[in-house]
Each structure stands twice: as C-alpha cells, then as structure tokens.
Design a protein around this ligand. Structure first.
Ligand code: KIV
Length: 261
C-alpha cells in the first residue's frame, strides 16, 4: 500500500483492472498491472445481472478465490457488495471473509457517510480502498450512471468526501465518473492516490472493467472507455469456425457404412 503512495509522490501512474477468474488475473499479473480488482461489476459482466445491486458476498468470495490463485505480484483488492457494510461491525466481519478468500485489501463505496466503516476495517488490520463519485451500488436511486462534481457545490462535497476517506485511513480512492477538473483538484488535495474511471487524465492512476477494455461485453460499454481489443468478435469467429468445421464433417456414420457387394 505504501508503494502506491510513493508512486503518487513520484508522479508515476498506477494501473488497475478488474478480474473475476484465474486466467484473467494471471494474464493481468503477467502483464504487470499494479492492482487487480475483483469488482462487483462481476454482477453485470459475468453473472448477467442488470447492475451490481444483486451481487452477494458469497459470489464475491467465490470469484476472489479464483482470482487470487492467478496472482503472484499485483495487489488484490475485492469489493464489499451492497449491504455488507451497513455498519462498521458488518464491514469488518465481511471484509475478513474476503481476506480469507485471498484479498489483500477491500473496496467499499461512500465518502464521509462511510468513514466509520473505513476506520473500523482499517483498525482491524485490513487495508481499504475507498470509492467516491458515481456509486454503482446506488444506481437505482440515482436513476443512471451520471457525471458527478460538475458544479462547485458538488465539487465541494466530493473534496470533503476525499478528505474524509483519507482521514479514516483509506490507502487509495477510486473516483468514478467525476468531472475532470474536480478529479484534478481532489488529486492535488489529498496524499493518498486517486484512481480514476471516466474522471479524466489527472488522477494518479486509472482503472477500467477489463471486459470493457478488451471488448468482452459487446452489449454495453461506457462512453469513456477506449477499447483496446475486440475479444467478443474473436470468440464469435472461433465459435463459428468450430460449428462449421464440425457440421462440415457431414452425416455421422455415412462414410463408415459397409458397401454392398
Ligand atoms: O466494480 C468495479 O469493477 C468497480 C470499478 C470499475 C471501479 O468498482
């Protein structure tokens, strides 16, 4: 965790991507990513839920175990899903389950409103990554994935949230869909690294959902993502090639029929 703070001090960017399984985690680790997040985005891109609000702790534990097996070097952070950290005591008990599954740190959504939970988990010896700005676990109340920190009043709230999570002991904070200028101000105002997603280029690091980066979830991609591959198209090509090669073998048994003499 200290290494990430030192990276911020040196101005070196921090890289973070999601993984929910062994091969993806291992490929990310081998590629040299700094942080692997078992995000509750797994609800959408792996489990087929509408949003992250249906993800359970058991699902997070299961996928954290798988991702942990693939890592040798990168820091493994796992999300506490919705309603698993409503109180500080619940946050600590559930964070311990993610750590037992292989996570080295946990992430939870919320700023000043969740400082007590962050403090309790940190005091229990578990590092916490905070998450402010657009909070996907509140998407239903919010009515969508909307830009945050656009007005001076909104920016002020986010600056206070960032200061609160830092004071509570978080080692880093995700800024999700925050206006770029506000993200820049937050990054300058706190000593812990900011990891942006859809929040401009002035954060200390960047995180994306891997499926969005590699085009593995072709039915939806946030506008701010610059896709680096079209894995879904490659998969479709391979599936079609297999189907056509197998069907091209012809009717089974036809070639083996004994000839009439
Ligand atoms: O769940 C997730 O994947 C996340 C990141 C996108 C920040 O919270």
């Amino acid at each position: 965790m200290e290494a990430l703070r030192e990276r911020k001090q040196r101005g070196e960017r921090i890289t973070a991507l999601t993984a929910y399984d062994y091969p993806t985690a291992r490929l990310l680790d081998e590629a040299g990513v700094d942080v692997v997040l078992v995000g509750d985005s797994l609800g959408m891109v792996v489990l087929g839920y509408q949003d992250t609000t249906e993800v359970t702790l058991q699902e997070m534990v299961h996928h954290t175990r798988a991702a942990a097996r693939g890592l040798q070097r990168a820091l493994l952070v796992a999300d506490l899903p919705i309603h698993t950290y409503d109180t500080p005591a619940e946050a600590v008990a559930n964070a311990r389950q993610l750590v037992a599954a292989g996570a080295q740190a946990v992430k939870l959504e919320g700023g000043a409103s969740h400082a007590a939970q962050i403090e309790a988990v940190v005091n229990a010896g578990i590092p916490v990554m905070a998450h402010i700005g657009m909070l996907p676990q509140s998407v239903r109340e919010e009515g969508g994935y909307k830009l945050k920190g656009r007005t001076p009043a909104e920016a002020e709230i986010l600056l206070r949230d960032a200061a609160a999570v830092e004071a509570a002991g978080a080692f880093a904070v995700v800024l999700e869909i925050v206006a770029a200028e506000t993200a820049r101000q937050i990054t300058a105002a706190i000593d812990i690294p900011t990891i942006g997603i859809g929040s401009g280029e002035q954060c200390d690091g960047q995180i994306l959902v891997t499926h969005d980066l590699i085009g593995l979830f072709p039915w939806f991609a946030p506008k701010f993502v610059r896709r680096e591959a079209d894995v879904a198209a490659e998969m479709r090509k391979a599936f079609e090639a297999f189907i056509s090669r197998t069907r091209g073998l012809g009717v089974r048994g036809a070639e083996a029929k004994p000839r009439a003499v």
